[in-house]
Design a protein around this ligand. Structure first.
Ligand code: ADP
Ligand code: MG
Length: 701
């Protein structure tokens, strides 16, 4: 069946002129009828329920009342007038208030007439009232219509200006629905619909906008959510299946001198059981004739680097080169130092390539990569440039803070005719549901154990007004020979102010910790890389006591002697970032501390973030709370978590449906990897359609 109805430009809908069409497109990406149908309500108001005036308080959501208007008054100066009406039922009265259309409204309402009033109670001048309610005379018609769940749509300011608030959007959908009868193609195989007792797509779309009752709404939502997850999982699992079919994978048959010498003579500590298990999992993949694509999850400080190194050495043992790609220059440099130190005098040629590598060095590196004398290359995005050619690349590690897109990953694959094995390491754990959605094409390994002897970091939440006490604490720690980090946020949008705060903070600390007794370092993104690196090294060598920095130190740096992490304006950081920062301390044998500094007043969300940080050091738990908090999107009231492209399903709440969709998708792809069987034709068609529309998809997988 053709999709022409769904692909009809939204301008063709009655009530949508050129101006509205424009905001619909730019504000919420609604270009076609199909997009409008997928602009789902984010909640419903129960219009079967009538509240009593006595029950009304300012905390209630939208309410509906039935009664009469007993008096009206126009108050305020001309130009700022408001209309105030007393609305009464048999239990008491509620004030209604309008700030616009005062004159027109004042002439509209009649005495002794029964009205239905609908709106959100609030507080104004210390009194409970309903501002700008909908008011309709009671008629047979609207008492019938009122007996259903009414959709509430997310809308932006720009939409509202064009009359497309929730109610305006509702009108559009209401106009559209009767036209779609018989024109909505099915997207799921019939057998699946029957098996899961789903309504048809057309029925689901009708019910999700105008449910005839709670049960119908639940069924519609269940189907639409399932469907969203299913197509994501089908995409991911198909990528995985096709990789398995198309790519043979280099067979790393043996473990040889590189690995063994390192393991026996250089490894400074015994591996944890979790590290050993993960290396076995990776080894099994790489020695099994298939191309590995694996996600390695582990908390900060769980020892992912050494795992990566051991695997790179296995690649070297089998005559292959390896590379490790990091998100920032500082982290790449840190990896280089760590790995060179771990390798000691072993004859392994390790190079560094970043955007700042000098041309002469760069030429040398390119040469060594091509003639095969470079064993391990560490670097940033610079690694994926076309001119970087390996003689025999067999293993790639991606250490990511911000995810590299699938295109970037696939560029790395293409660096050898047969793609290398790929290990993606996350900086902090991510929740299972999110991993399944973002990295669902990868197999997963988890390091769920920290190296022994780590003392849990003590975390406290403190306030700007207690700064002197904090300085005192820093002095005590420094007197014991420890070092301290002080981190400032640096957010692109408020960069100027942030630098100002950073410099002021640096000055205040320099005054409180004067030379020659104390030495204070500063590192931030506007410094030249060489200077930055020098300051970093001074701190690493213990020549300075305090490191004042922006989040450039967020990832990677390893200074076991640093035992205090002070995070300024902590309310501005997300949870996983806070956890990542905290992970910079607690790496030595001493008790470490993390102090979260905020203003005296913080939002409820921020308070929960601080509380979570103080209560737990467990990155997996923190990741769950983080997802719950970030789950709600940017738009007022939307559930759309932009980065996954989900419109109705919610990763934070619909884990069970996601799991079910994953299982079903796996069954389908296992039985029919190319989706060529007739019953899967609808799935293939929909996948191809989504691929073409491909909103955010390139960032997934
Ligand atoms: P992350 O997983 O955050 O990347 P790292 O690889 O940086 O963690 O490791 C953190 C610290 O723990 C490093 O100093 C590393 O040398 C040390 N480490 C790693 N594995 C072990 C182990 N099995 N026993 C003791 N220390 C370890
Ligand atoms: Mg790391």
């Amino acid at each position: 069946m053709s999709n022409s109805f769904l692909d009809t430009p939204v301008e063709f809908l009655k009530g949508v002129g050129p101006e509205r069409a424009k905001v619909l497109k730019t504000e919420i990406g609604v270009h076609h009828f199909g997009d409008l149908l997928r602009w789902y309500p984010f909640r419903y108001v129960d219009r079967t329920r009538f509240y009593k005036a006595r029950e009304i308080n300012a905390d209630l959501p939208y309410v509906q009342l039935r009664g009469t208007i007993v008096s009206m008054q126009t108050l305020g100066k001309p130009g700022q007038q408001r209309l105030v009406a007393e609305f009464r039922d048999d239990t008491g009265s509620v004030e209604l208030i309008w700030f616009q259309g005062v004159k027109w409204l004042a002439g509209k309402f009649k005495p002794n007439t029964e009205y239905i009033v609908f709106g959100k109670p609030g507080l104004f001048n210390g009194r409970i009232n309903i501002a700008h309610p909908e008011v309709e005379e009671v008629t047979d018609e609207n008492t019938k219509r009122a007996s259903a769940l009414q959709p509430v749509y997310p809308a932006t300011e720009k939409l509202k200006v064009k009359g497309l608030d929730s109610k305006g959007l509702m009108k559009l959908v209401k106009t559209l629905l009767p036209q779609m009868k018989g024109k909505i193609p099915e997207t799921l195989p019939e057998s699946l619909i029957n098996k899961l007792h789903f309504p048809s797509r057309e029925e689901a779309l009708t019910q999700v906008h105008f449910p005839s009752g709670p049960a119908q709404l639940r069924n519609a939502e269940a189907r639409l959510k399932f469907e969203e997850f299913l197509f994501i999982q089908l995409r991911l699992l198909r990528v995985r299946a096709q990789r398995r079919i198309n790519f043979k994978g280099h067979n790393f048959e043996k473990v040889g001198d590189f690995f063994n010498t390192f393991y026996e003579k250089h490894l400074p500590f015994p591996l944890t059981e979790a590290q050993k298990r993960v290396i076995k999992e990776i080894r099994r993949d790489m020695g099994g004739g298939k191309q590995m694509n694996r996600l390695l999850q582990g908390d900060v400080g769980s020892g992912k680097t050494v795992v990566a190194l051991l695997c790179m050495l296995i690649a070297n043992d089998n005559g292959f080169q390896a590379c490790l790609m990091a998100p920032t220059e500082i982290l790449a440099t840190q990896h280089l130092h760590t790995i060179r130190e771990l390798l000691g005098d072993m004859w392994v040629n390790v190079g560094l390539l970043t955007g700042n590598t000098k041309a002469s060095e760069r030429r040398e590196i390119h040469e060594q990569l091509r003639n095969g004398t470079m064993h391990i290359l560490i670097g940033t995005h610079a690694l994926i440039e076309d001119e970087v050619q390996f003689a025999k690349l067999g293993f790639v590690v991606i250490d990511e803070q911000h995810r590299f897109g699938v295109e970037q990953r696939s560029k790395l694959w293409r660096k050898n005719t047969n793609p290398p094995h790929v290990l993606v390491m996350t900086a902090t754990p991510i929740p299972r549901t999110l991993a399944m959605t973002l990295y669902g094409d990868l197999d997963t390994s988890i390091i769920d154990e920290l190296p022994p002897g780590r003392k849990p970091i003590k975390t406290v939440h403190s306030f700007d007004s207690h700064r002197l006490r904090i300085f005192g604490f820093m002095k005590e720690q420094i007197a014991e020979g420890r070092q301290v980090y002080v981190v400032y946020p640096l957010i692109k949008e408020s960069e100027k102010m942030d630098y100002k705060n950073l410099m002021e903070g640096f000055e205040a600390i320099s005054r409180a910790f004067p030379l020659p007794e104390y030495k204070v370092s500063i590192v931030h993104g506007q410094m030249k890389p060489a200077v930055k690196e020098m300051e970093m090294q001074r701190f690493v060598r213990g020549e300075t006591n305090i490191m004042v920095a922006t989040t450039v130190i967020e990832v990677g740096v390893n200074v076991p002697n640093a035992s205090v992490m002070i995070i300024e304006s902590a309310e501005r950081f997300g949870l996983s970032q806070l956890h990542q920062l905290r992970g910079r301390v607690g790496r030595g044998a001493d008790q470490s501390f993390c102090i979260l500094m905020t203003g005296d007043k913080v939002s409820a969300d921020a308070r929960l973030r601080m509380k979570t940080m103080c209560e737990t050091n467990d990155g997996f738990k923190i990741a769950e709370v983080d997802l719950q908090l970030r789950g709600s999107g940017d738009l007022e009231g939307t559930q759309q978590s932009g980065f996954t492209g989900l419109r109705i399903a919610d990763i934070t709440k619909d884990g069970t449906i996601l799991q079910q969709a994953r299982v079903v998708a796996a069954e389908i792809v296992d039985a029919d990897p190319h989706l060529q069987q007739p019953q899967n034709a609808v799935l293939l068609e929909q996948l191809n359609k989504e691929l073409k529309e491909s909103v955010n998809w390139s960032r997934i997988s």
